[in-house]
Design a protein around this ligand. Structure first.
Ligand code: NAP
Length: 268
């Protein structure tokens, strides 16, 4: 469910798994206005749905609607996946941080969150999932840089631990000695300006990741790749976050295969 939602690649990926697992089901995009979210979620059970995913702008509002919210969704402050119980009850969870961490692991198997300081650019919804995932994975220092410092500070205050909020002016210098940098801002996404950052302080050994996946290679990632950094784009996060949803809905753990990835890449 989203508004808008028709651009979503999720139906293509979930329907690939329905075919792979010979399950008689289908995944459909549901364009739901914000004011209709509660009624739409309550209709899942009578309509026979096992659950749904939520995207912009529903992830926060859903917290006030579902019957049960797990710890991950509560801490991140957003629900990305709803599971319908046999009695019609609705349970909310968040698979975005699983998606981010597992995408990095799949593409960079030797990656470790505690290898050195990590710079996260942006402090929106995506950033909250990324910061939570990195902290859970044992990151020792997260330099969280955001245009609006207060939003970064709010995440640092809420999550505590390794997160330190930095002002947007500090973004270039924050890269000094970093083992990883992650763009979670919407900059670089199709229709948006490029992310404005100089990479000269970023060690060549650092991993550069972007959660934006349209385009697959943002100007930020292209620049990082040109100067010799390893890069991970945002598509893996989208694909990986769908796996635990299947485990919850159908008790099956589907794979993100090269074929699936290529199929989705072709549409971007
Ligand atoms: N791969 C995936 O599965 C996945 C998952 C989630 C999101 N995403 C992608 O990640 C991006 C962000 O999504 P979101 O949900 O986190 O969005 P969001 O909550 O709206 O946050 C947007 C972030 O971008 C920053 N920003 C916007 N314009 C900027 C500018 N001109 N200069 C500097 N910073 C700017 C915002 O800073 P302020 O706080 O100052 O406004 C904020 O930190 C989107 O492209 C989305 O598609 C991908």
């Amino acid at each position: 469910m989203g508004w808008p939602v028709m651009h979503s690649r999720s139906p293509m990926l979930h329907n690939y798994w329905f075919r792979q697992h010979n399950l008689a089901g289908t995944y459909v995009p549901l364009a739901i206005r914000p004011e209709g979210l509660a009624a739409a979620l309550r209709a899942l059970h009578p309509l026979g749905f096992a659950g749904c995913n939520l995207t912009i702008p529903h992830k926060e509002q859903a917290l006030t609607i579902v019957d049960e919210v797990d710890n991950v969704a509560r801490r991140i402050g957003a629900i990305s996946c709803v599971i319908v119980g046999p009695d019609g009850s609705l349970a909310g969870t968040n698979n975005d941080c699983y998606g981010f961490v597992h995408a990095i692991r799949q593409e960079e198997p030797s990656w470790r969150a505690d290898a050195g300081p990590i710079v996260v650019l942006g402090a929106g919804g995506g950033s909250r999932a990324v910061c939570y995932g990195l902290a859970q994975e044992g990151a020792r220092e997260i330099r969280l840089v955001n245009r609006t410092l207060e939003r970064a500070q709010a995440i640092a205050d809420e999550f505590g631990g390794p997160i330190r909020a930095l002002a947007w002016d500090e973004r270039h210098d924050a890269l000094e000695g970093a083992s990883m940098v992650v763009n979670t801002t919407s900059q670089g996404m199709v229709g948006q300006a490029e992310l404005d950052i100089r990479l000269d302080r970023l060690p060549k050994s650092s991993l550069a990741a972007d959660i934006v996946y349209i385009p697959l290679e943002t100007p930020f990632l292209a620049e990082a790749r040109r100067r010799g950094n390893r890069t991970v784009n945002g598509l893996g996060m989208l694909l990986q976050q769908a796996r635990p949803a299947w485990k919850a809905w159908f008790g099956v753990e589907p794979e993100v295969t090269a074929e699936l990835r290529q199929m989705v890449e072709k549409t971007i």
